[in-house]
Write a new protein. Structure first.
Length: 669
């Protein structure tokens, strides 16, 4: 049977002259009807530009499709006039963009935006359109759809906005759905809901899916076949089981070796050296040569061709047409950088002691701004971190994780409680003493770009803290160079601006800024959430190395469980302003006791498909912290709820010497 989508020799370039950016350079792929094809690779490899090219959405005149064919059911859509393409785009082909907030119109209701597609592609209007919009919202799992239909994007959570994007894409009843990182930055529970929704819709409608992602766990959960993209080209294609079991291309193998896990926690993660090459050049050699551990002379002398393997895939690599050097599908566990041993220091000294911390935000209404209630963002949190150790704080968005970090650092004034940093009660300090104490505690923000002044040089960004300490100009410049070198950047980069760096480099600059004042404690707020696995490995290695060298103590806020398993010593699971389970990483990840922890861990996609596990699907979203449920806050979503859960909030139950939980159904046995 002919494939639904057949792409041949697709080329999309940006810029003109003799040195255009070859963002997509001779891409070939096909997708069968009802199939999910996953496209993976680092940022800057051309995945999203490939998707935009298929939809003919490449921004002109900066970019242009200069060659190739894109056949949809045998019809070359690149040859269609724009008027005909409009009926294809959103009708037979639809796309879910990576960031729903920037893709939704903030001044239109979600119902109006979905209705536009219905009117254009299916000629549905009036009452029939309104009814169909509600049906689509219900189809994608939005509760109370008849009320939500008239809401604006800012009134919805991140997961709901992504569901609206899916409803818009499905409105035209597409044969091919392109999903560009549809779960980026979503919690594991919301991610699981979105992925399950896509699978259900695919089974119901028979549509094909092109899934763009850098999460190999999602690939294992969703894909039928996989394409690996590097520097504008696809370098490997294979069926999912083959790819996950025996990746062929050295780049694919390096991606797997970069993944963090509990088994690697006493080692440095393998990293892919260097960066994706600049695409302005016309390549006369293998594009991966300068980063490949298997490189040999021929890789520098010629461009590798495509090698078909077993008729079900292929690889672009000289290792597979040189009989003497065939890897024969080397397993991802072999090869790679030999990791060095890294052992976390063991200390029983309590460095940070937080007792019954509360951060409540008043809700004010009326002309006189009377307080009519409170948003209980953090509602009685107690935690301790030992010196030189890492405590991971895990939970869904909106549960209060970042607010805890801000409250500990006094960037938000707590409502009540105690925060003791090395026996100093931070809440009792006057402004002068608090300012002097701030050099002992710093924060690394989730988005390094938005946390830096775009008009300041890196030299000034990193040196700001040193200025407040009275460090002289020459000494300050030298210290900035030392810090850049410490975080793995060239000291000459100090005279650049933030926009001139990649995401991973900007995160290194943020780390350099945080350690410039020689702190003892750092809050790491999702520092790797938007990074590729290869860059993530570099940042995790850096954080672990700095902890060893400088004796740092970390509060690590994240929803990435594999990062927790690799980096953290203890873990606290948070739900709606309160911690519900606490203990050692080994105990909590291997034997979770609270139903919420069990649901979180079960929702994490697993690369190893041989592991038999029950996936617990949580329904709905986190309740509002301004009006939490009576009794246990988790009971409206808990699959193990009993009547007692609705009456009172449970007390702590000590399950082991290194594990406690707050659940009425817990006991000490």
């Amino acid at each position: 049977m002919a494939p639904l989508l057949n792409v041949r020799h697709l080329k999309t370039y940006f810029g003109g002259g003799d040195f255009p950016v070859r963002a997509v350079d001779d891409v070939q792929l096909s997708i069968a009807r009802g199939e999910t094809f996953a496209l993976v690779g680092e940022s800057g490899c051309g995945k999203s530009v490939t998707a935009l090219s298929l939809m003919r959405l490449v921004p002109e005149p900066a970019g242009r499709i200069i060659g190739g064919t894109v056949e949809l059911d045998g019809m070359n859509i690149l040859s269609l006039p724009e008027m005909e393409m409009r009926s294809i785009r959103g009708g037979r082909m639809a796309m879910i963009f990576q960031e729903p907030m920037t893709s939704l119109n903030p001044v239109m209701t979600i119902g109006s935006q979905i209705g536009e597609s219905l009117a254009l592609h299916l000629n549905i209007s009036g009452r029939q359109q309104h009814t169909r919009v509600i049906e689509l919202l219900e189809q994608v799992g939005i509760p109370d759809a008849s009320r939500r239909v008239d809401e604006f994007p800012h009134q919805l959570s991140g997961g709901m906005k992504q569901r609206v994007m899916i409803a818009m894409a499905l409105a035209g009843q597409p044969e091919l759905l392109i999903a560009d990182e549809p779960t980026t930055a979503l919690d594991v529970t919301i991610q699981a809901q979105i992925l399950e929704l896509l699978k259900e819709l695919q089974q119901r409608t028979g549509m094909s899916i092109l899934l763009i992602t850098h999460d190999l766990g999602i690939v294992a959960d969703m894909a039928d076949r996989v394409g690996v993209m590097y520097a504008g080209q696809i370098v490997e294609q294979a069926e999912k089981e083959t790819f996950l079991g025996r990746p062929m291309h050295p780049y694919s193998q390096a991606l797997f070796q970069s993944l963090p896990s509990y088994e690697k926690r006493h080692q440095s993660l393998s990293v892919i050296p260097g960066f994706v090459p600049k695409l302005q050049q016309k390549f006369t050699h293998c594009r991966f040569a300068d980063r490949c551990e298997h490189v040999f002379d021929r890789c520098w002398d010629a461009v590798p061709g495509w090698n078909e393997l077993n008729g079900k895939g292929g690889v672009r690599c000289f290792l597979y047409d040189e009989p003497a050097m065939k890897l024969q599908g080397e397993s991802r566990e072999t090869g790679g950088v030999v990791p060095s041993a890294v052992v976390s220091p063991v200390s029983n000294k309590i460095f940070l002691d937080v007792q019954d911390l509360k951060v409540h935000f008043p809700i004010q209404r009326g002309v006189f701004k009377r307080t009519v209630g409170y948003v209980r963002a953090v509602d009685g949190v107690t935690l301790q971190i030992r010196e030189g150790q890492t405590l991971a704080l895990v939970g869904e968005s909106g549960c209060g994780k970042t607010t805890i970090g801000m409250g500990i650092l006094q960037l938000l004034r707590p409502t009540s409680g105690q925060v003791n940093l090395e026996d100093i009660d931070l809440l009792s300090l006057d402004p002068g003493r608090l300012r002097a104490t701030r050099q002992d505690m710093q924060i690394i923000f989730q988005d390094p770009f938005s946390s830096m002044n775009p008009r300041m040089l890196v030299n000034d960004i990193i040196g700001e803290g040193l200025v407040t300490q009275g460090v002289g100009r020459e000494e300050r410049h030298q210290e900035v160079e030392n810090l850049l070198q410490l975080v793995g950047l060239n000291p000459e980069m100090k005279n650049r601006y933030p926009h001139e760096f990649s995401g991973g480099q900007r995160q290194r600059i943020a780390i350099a800024r945080a350690i410039a004042v020689k702190p003892k404690f750092i809050v790491c707020d999702e520092p790797t959430s938007a990074l590729d696995v290869s860059v993530q490995a570099q940042i995790l290695n850096l954080l672990k190395d700095l902890q060893q060298k400088l004796g740092l103590t970390y509060l690590f806020i994240t929803h990435n469980i594999s990062v927790v398993a690799y980096l953290a010593d203890e873990i606290a699971i948070m739900y709606l302003g309160r911690i519900v389970e606490y203990g050692s990483v080994e105990r909590v990840l291997n034997q979770p006791r609270h139903p919420y922890t069990q649901a979180l861990l079960s929702a994490v996609p697993q690369i190893d498909s041989t592991i038999d596990r029950e996936v617990i699907r949580l329904q709905g979203d986190i309740p509002s912290p301004s009006n939490p449920p009576q009794g246990c806050h988790f009971h409206p979503r808990c699959p193990k709820v009993i009547n007692d859960c609705r009456r009172s909030y449970p007390e702590w139950v000590r399950l082991h010497t290194d594990q406690s939980a707050r659940c009425i159904r817990m006991d000490s046995n």
